[in-house]
Design a protein around this ligand. Structure first.
Ligand code: NAD
Length: 261
């Protein structure tokens, strides 16, 4: 499959799942706008690495996914510099773990903005171009937490359930325009996002690091293995293919059986 004529934005692609998706789309020939936070030098290494390794154009936007106007400007910049936005991967996300009665108000607002509202802002800005060209692929990195809950993750679970609802609505609105919208819902993927929540989960549940990994994280996953970023990226690439043109409004689990239970 070739995505040689396609241009993609992948939000939150300086790390983890987003980085793997950006590289996988570039490997298929798509030009990429990467986005996310990090050290300028490290981001530039990622950007130039994608260009030289895959022979595509790769540009970077530092837009903050908690700010609607920056997201709209990011989409416009991609349209101006790449020519179009054919593939939009809403992936940026953060986590915060706390009992609900102590949940910091600023963390709630931040997670709702970055993990949920950013997808709305990006889709809203990218859809007119996709509709006009009668082709588009919207992929939302949701989570098993878009389908089931875990304690101490009030904002994250709320945001991810919201993304799942947004995904279905967008799929219906765009069904006759050659534009699909889908969620990929991974279980636990070993990335900095998971690694960083271990200390807070240790505190919230009074557990050791090994207990959190084996008795909290991998307990949820019947396969007892972490999902890999490359596995998520491979599904994203498939969703961009012609073979996936009738998959829309779906929320596809990749969670080692977690949500089957
Ligand atoms: P990660 O921490 O490795 O990467 C997160 C990315 O988002 C980084 O590039 C970071 O810079 C970016 N980001 C954070 N805040 C941002 C902001 N305000 N503006 C722009 N970019 C911002 O995390 P990850 O595990 O790769 O997570 C990626 C997505 O996958 C998230 O939406 C997450 O909820 C989801 N997810 C992760 C897992 C998992 O187990 N790791 C499971 C299910 C879903």
């Amino acid at each position: 499959m070739s995505l040689a004529s396609r241009n993609a934005i992948v939000t939150g692609s300086t790390s983890g799942i987003g980085l793997a998706i950006a590289r996988a789309l570039a490997k298929e020939g798509a030009n990429i706008m990467i986005n996310g936070f990090g050290e300028a030098e490290a981001i530039e290494t990622i950007r130039t690495g994608i260009e030289t390794e895959f022979g595509v154009k790769c540009i970077y936007s530092g837009a903050d996914m908690s700010k609607g106007e920056e997201i709209a400007a990011m989409v416009k910049e991609a349209e101006d510099k790449l020519g179009s936005v054919d593939i939009l991967v809403n992936n940026a996300g953060i986590q915060f773990v706390s009992p609900i009665e102590d949940f910091p108000l600023d963390k709630w607002d931040q997670i709702i903005a970055i993990n949920m509202s950013s997808a709305f802002h990006a889709i809203r800005a990218a859809v007119p171009g996709m509709k006009a060209r009668k082709w588009g692929r919207i992929i939302n990195t949701a989570s098993a937490h878009s389908l089931v809950a875990s304690p101490f993750k009030a904002a994250y679970v709320t945001a991810k359930h919201g993304v799942a609802g947004l995904n279905k609505t967008v799929a219906l609105e765009l069904a006759t325009f050659g534009v699909t919208s889908n969620c990929i819902s991974p279980g636990y993927v070993w990335t900095p996002l998971v690694e960083k929540q271990i200390p807070d989960t240790m505190a919230a549940r009074h557990l050791t690091r090994d207990q959190v990994i084996n008795d909290v994280l991998l307990t949820a996953q019947p396969t007892k293995q972490f999902v890999t970023t490359d596995q998520v990226a491979a599904l994203a690439v498939f969703l961009c293919s012609d073979a996936a043109s009738q998959i829309t409004g779906a929320n596809i689990s990749m969670d080692g059986g977690w949500t089957a239970a």
